[in-house]
Write a protein that binds this ligand. Structure first.
Ligand code: ADP
Ligand code: MG
Length: 237
């Protein structure tokens, strides 16, 4: 699903240039659950943003579902992103002025799906995250764990091939964190590829593979267990 070849990313500010990623070579197969770990500032979010087509590498190659996307225009990347990727962030990033239902509905609105179809899909996914009794609530009326489950519902409502999660349990207590991780594990079991940045060893333990970054370099890849992909509607790429 994802292949990088000597990926580099540098950020230039007024006086300094920071090399955030240095010659990163990484392949991720369809159906895999990959955790990215490493100290603060080592390039984890930068890597996730590039994988998520939110940012471009400075140089190197980056393939996403067999397309070479480093040369894509902003518009092409946006389209590819909206069709394929769901995001989950540490701070939930829900829109406070919108109800649970309206937040989850947003990706479908962007995809110009009819209101009737949207209602069906949103109700199904809210049931899936066990929040169907909360669809009229607003984010501030929910616990942190519930808010993150709404964010996951929003990330998966349009059936993405890939979920990218940046420290999804970082703002949650352990009980809520476990609920969120159970949900991500289930989605992976059902065939969704997941790439997750985490500082938590127990969260990383859910993944098939742990990737360590240090100072922009990929320093180790730990294949924990063989990935068995017997998942519906998915083929191994
Ligand atoms: P992590 O997520 O592992 O904490 P980041 O990927 O956010 O690390 O950042 C990696 C490095 O790149 C850090 O040194 C950070 O300061 C720098 N960096 C990240 N984003 C920007 C940016 N937009 N402009 C300048 N420097 C950045
Ligand atoms: Mg980060």
């Amino acid at each position: 699903m994802i292949k990088t070849d000597n990926l580099n990313k540098s950020f230039r500010t007024a006086e300094v240039e920071t090399l955030a990623l240095s010659n990163v070579n990484l392949s991720i197969k369809k159906g895999e659950f990959v955790a990215i770990m490493g100290p603060s500032g080592c390039g984890k979010s930068t890597l996730l943003n590039i994988i998520g087509l939110l940012d471009k590498p400075s140089n190197g190659k980056f393939q996403f579902i067999e397309s070479e996307v480093s040369t894509y225009s902003e518009k092409q990347r946006t389209l590819l992103r909206k069709m394929n990727i769901g995001f989950v962030f540490q701070s939930f990033n829900l829109i406070d002025e919108l109800s649970v239902f309206e937040n989850v509905e947003l990706p479908l609105v962007y995809q110009k799906i009819s209101a009737k179809e949207r209602k069906k899909k949103v109700e199904a996914v809210l049931k899936r995250v066990q929040l169907d009794h909360r669809y009229k609530h607003y984010p501030q009326q929910l616990s942190g764990g519930q808010q993150q489950r709404v964010a996951i519902a929003r990330a998966v409502v349009a059936n993405p091939n890939l979920i990218l999660a940046d420290e999804p349990t970082g703002n949650l207590d352990s009980a809520n964190g476990k609920e969120v991780m159970d949900l991500l594990s289930q989605l992976n079991q059902e065939g969704t590829t997941i790439v997750m940045v985490t500082h938590s060893i127990s969260d990383a333990d859910r993944a098939d593979r742990i990737i360590q970054l240090f100072d922009g370099h990929l320093v180790s890849e730990n294949h924990k267990k063989k990935v068995t992909i017997v998942k519906q509607n998915s083929e191994v790429l």
